[in-house]
Each structure stands twice: as structure tokens, then as C-alpha cells.
Design a protein around this ligand. Structure first.
Ligand SMILES: [Fe+2]
Ligand SMILES: [Fe+2]
Length: 243
């Protein structure tokens, strides 16, 4: 299904519940009533085309093509990515950590196993936070500066450091994804089944959802943001050469 402005927002979300994350990251509140996607975007000052591009890209990977994002200010993509970061750091990851810690209270689970699991997950949090910090303190400011320079008529190079190479960036994303995959495997393969199976299942579902969400996030960074920045860098170089 392709999402269009004339569909009712509630039907779109009922059809693909994962889109709730997109809606939240564009700061659109729930309570859609019978409104169409176009009406909901208008009321919340969200550009309809931008919404449709992001929502369709998440709904159907075939749609994810950086060329389709050329017409939007790069700041919008960055704001979207930063909103997603807040959701991971402030809510999703602490929630998984809380669930693991909660196992300590369960009498039928070996304390040593829980300590190992917590240790493993906390290492993951450190790796994840340092990746987010690098994006927010160095990668995104570099891109925003590049975009400002291109909008002005002075074509100086950005003062900030260049981007890490796309392969470095890709490696970091892969490592973060692998760690979550490993955590899920440890839970599935090695932890003895507790009586309160429901708690375990819930944790595994949450890790799975985070894993899927982070994969979409990394794809937006690698397959949309990065190619756009490469185009912007090329544009700046050709303007500098013409001076
Ligand atoms: Fe990110
Ligand atoms: Fe990233």
C-alpha cells in the first residue's frame, strides 16, 4: 500500500503500527479523529510531502531512495533523526535495562546470569551512546554547517571536522546491530526457562522491536542522509573551484 494524503491517518496506522514511531518523531500527537493524513499534517505544521516520503520509506523499503529527499531541507531529516535518538536514549533502552534488572527479583533465575546479562547490555549502552554522541556533536553539526554555507554566497569550507567515512559509519551501525542480535540469542539459547516466561518474552519482543527500529534508522542515515551530504560536498567543491 502506498500512503497518500487522502487516506485517513487512523487507517494508515492501523495498517502499519510501526508508523506510530514516525508520527511521534515528527511531533504529531495522537487523537486523529476522522482526519486524513493531509489534514493531520496541516494542523500540526508538518510538511505533507516530507511526511509521505518518510512514512512510505519506512512502510516499504523500495521507496527509500535518497534522490526523493533532495527537495527537503537536510535539517528536517536531522531533526527527525535526533527525535529518534531521544526516544532510544530516554525511553527504549532504559526500559530494556529496567526489565533485565527486574529479573533480579525473580527467585527462579540465577543471579549470576542476570549480572552477566546486565553487564553485556550496559556495554551495549556505552557503545550506543558514544555513536549517538558522535552523530550529535560532530556529524550533524558538520552537515548543518555545510547546508548553511551552501545557502549563503560565501563558499568557505565547514570549520568542523569532515564526516567519518561511510564505511566507518556503516561498521559502527553493524556492530550495534550485532550486539542486540547477540543479546537476543543469549536469551533464547542459554537462559534456563523461568516460570515467569511472559517477562522473558516481553523483553525479547522489546529487543526485537528496538533492533528493527534501529535498522530503519541506520538505513535513513546511510542511504539517504549520507548520499545527500556527498552531493552537497560536491556542490560546494564545484562552487569553490569556480571562484
Ligand atoms: Fe542516529
Ligand atoms: Fe547512526
Amino acid at each position: 500500500m502506498q500512503i497518500t494524503g487522502d487516506l485517513k491517518m487512523v487507517d494508515v496506522v492501523q495498517h502499519d503500527i510501526q508508523l506510530l514511531a514516525v508520527i511521534q518523531r515528527l511531533n504529531i500527537p495522537l487523537g486523529f479523529r476522522e482526519r486524513t493524513v493531509k489534514e493531520v499534517c496541516n494542523i500540526n505544521n508538518v510538511d505533507l510531502d516530507f511526511f509521505l516520503h518518510i512514512a512510505n520509506s519506512f512502510h516499504d523499503k523500495e521507496f527509500l531512495d535518497f534522490k526523493k529527499f533532495r527537495n527537503f531541507p537536510v535539517d528536517w531529516i536531522i531533526q527527525y533523526l535526533m527525535n529518534a535518538h531521544r526516544c532510544y536514549v530516554d525511553y527504549r533502552i532504559p526500559e530494556i535495562e529496567r526489565q533485565i534488572k527486574n529479573f533480579e527479583k525473580q527467585v527462579d533465575i540465577n543471579e549470576k546470569n542476570i549480572a552477566l546479562l546486565l553487564d553485556f547490555f550496559r556495554k551495549y549502552i556505552r557503545e550506543f551512546n558514544s555513536h549517538i554522541e558522535q552523530e550529535e556533536k560532530s556529524v550533524f553539526p558538520y552537515i548543518l554547517e555545510l547546508s548553511d554555507i551552501l545557502k549563503s554566497d560565501n563558499f568557505d569550507s565547514p570549520r568542523r571536522d569532515k564526516l567519518p567515512s561511510i564505511s566507518e559509519f556503516h561498521d559502527e551501525h553493524s556492530s550495534i546491530e550485532e550486539t542486540l542480535f547477540d543479546l537476543k540469542s543469549i536469551l533464547l539459547k542459554y537462559l534456563p526457562p523461568p516460570v515467569t516466561n511472559c517477562l522473558y518474552n516481553n523483553l525479547i519482543f522489546d529487543i526485537f522491536r528496538l533492533e528493527r527500529d534501529l535498522l530503519d534508522h541506520a538505513e535513513l542515515e546511510e542511504n539517504v542522509l549520507y548520499p545527500l551530504v556527498k552531493e552537497m560536498e560536491n556542490e560546494l567543491h564545484s562552487k569553490q573551484n569556480l571562484r
